[in-house]
Ligand binder design. Structure first.
Ligand code: URA
Length: 444
């Protein structure tokens, strides 16, 4: 590889809409991983990529450079399957589908992400559970997979370390919503963790990074092609993110809603999507003849309590205190709550998912700066979703917050009542939750 490259020239080339070579991309990402490229140089390149895009060849080179920045596992057998989402608000399906899939015989090596922009992260959420370790060595990850077949961890220094750095920079530099950057970020982790198949939940709508369905389809295609290039069985689903998934937003609250769903008492949309994604994992694993049969199998283990058993086992195995499963007060809880009430009657026609996610970040449920600490306790519980009838004075949602946040909550309430939640006289037509499913089986 040529050593005449400079970060300046590469940034300048992409800034001026040039096409980067595979060697240039590899050199830059290797430099970032080894520490010779500074965070501010990476941030500048990220912004140039965000603004000017990358073609298929560049996306492929970026994905590969990020993938090979660390170790690459391969569990080889077909029934090792993971799922990932492109990020949403209230999206807690991983906690529900992973034990469901495991209970159906799927091995689930899950390396999840932290919050990104206005979206919450699986790793941040599960850290609301006292003692739960998300940072374990790759050797322990492999050992856990062998012994139990379900391990949920955050990114390690060994798995796609370039993504670990880039992800944290994108979170705070407004460079998230980019097809090549999302493809490389997700697929570098997912390909490195060694699963033989991946179910991808590509979100679309106001709360998604790909707001328009056309762009969501392009992202789904980019991810599917990348998986197939590495001989992975792939399923991509395009799902609606025009309102939060389920009723709860915020770290502890989302863990509670996940447990409720595993107890068979979850909201309809969250239950349906979790079962469909789990069904996809079961199908890709070769443990069902079709996606529909996979969903049926998933439903059985949700209803008979088997999935909840695997969830409890995972919490204990990774050092967590499982008592919260039977007593939610064991999770971090905010001291104050306030109900936000409808100022008129009608039907809920809009819940701005992105704004709700950003409000949660402002309360401390996400990060504004890379080094921010998460407050697990804060968040929202929705009482109404799009299409629901509402009376004047009825509670739209409840805010969970800290004593010093009175004026912030006042601001949030004003924003919610004046623009983030709309109430109209006529009932709106609801968007379909699961809008497209594509499958490619390459390992039989
Ligand atoms: N999830 C990821 O891991 N990366 C992204 O870029 C978006 C969602």
């Amino acid at each position: 590889m040529s050593q005449n490259f400079t970060a300046y020239n590469i940034i300048q080339k992409k800034r001026d809409k040039g096409k980067l070579t595979t060697d240039e991309i590899k050199w830059f990402i290797t430099g970032l991983t080894e520490g010779s490229i500074a965070d501010y140089q990476m941030s500048a390149l990220l912004m140039a990529i965000y603004l000017n895009g990358m073609d298929k060849e560049e996306t492929r080179a970026l994905t590969d450079a990020m993938l090979y920045s660390g170790r690459v596992l391969d569990f080889k057998e077909r029934h090792f399957i993971d799922k990932h989402s492109t990020g949403g608000v209230g999206d807690k399906t991983s906690f529900i589908l992973a034990p469901i899939a495991r209970a159906c015989g799927v091995m689930v090596p899950m390396i999840a992400g932290r919050g990104l922009g206005h979206t919450g992260g699986t790793v941040d959420k599960i850290e609301a559970v006292k003692g739960f370790k998300t940072e374990i060595s790759l050797d322990d990850f492999q050992k856990g997979m062998k012994e139990r077949g379900l391990v949920l961890i955050g990114q390690t220094k060994e798995i796609a370390p370039a993504d670990k750095k880039i992800y944290a920079l994108r979170d705070v530099t407004a460079t998230v919503e980019s097809i090549p950057l999302i493809t490389a970020s997700i697929m570098s982790k997912k390909l490195a963790e060694g699963a033989s198949g991946i179910v991808m939940d590509v979100k679309t709508g106001d709360g998604a990074f790909m707001k328009e369905s056309k762009k969501a389809k392009l992202l789904a295609q980019s991810i599917l092609e990348t998986g197939v290039r590495f001989k992975k069985n792939m399923m991509t689903m395009i799902t609606d993110m025009n309102q939060p998934l389920g009723l709860m937003i915020g770290n502890s609250l989302e863990i509670i809603e996940s447990v409720e769903t595993l107890k068979g008492k979850g909201p309809k949309d969250l239950t349906e999507l979790s079962l469909s994604l789990a069904g996809g994992m079961i199908y890709l694993a070769g443990l069902a003849k079709s996606h529909a049969e996979g969903i049926k199998k998933a439903t059985v283990v949700l209803e008979n309590g088997e999935a909840l058993k695997y969830f409890r086992e995972m919490i204990i195995a990774q050092g967590g205190d499982p008592s919260f499963i039977d007593d939610y007060s064991k999770l971090p809880t905010a001291e104050k709550t306030i109900d936000i009430k409808a100022t008129k009657a009608g039907f809920v026609s809009k819940i701005s998912c992105k704004e709700m996610g950003l409000h949660c970040v402002k309360l401390g449920g996400g990060r504004m700066k890379a080094e921010d600490k998460i407050d697990f306790a804060v968040g929202f519980v929705l009482n109404k979703k799009i299409g629901d009838a509402v009376k004047k004075g009825e509670t739209l949602l409840t805010v969970h917050y800290r004593p010093k946040q009175d004026s912030l909550v006042e601001e949030i309430a004003k924003s919610i009542l004046t623009k983030d939640i709309e109430i109209k006289k006529t009932k709106p037509t609801k968007k379909k939750l699961i809008q497209e499913v594509k499958v490619k089986i390459v390992r039989k």
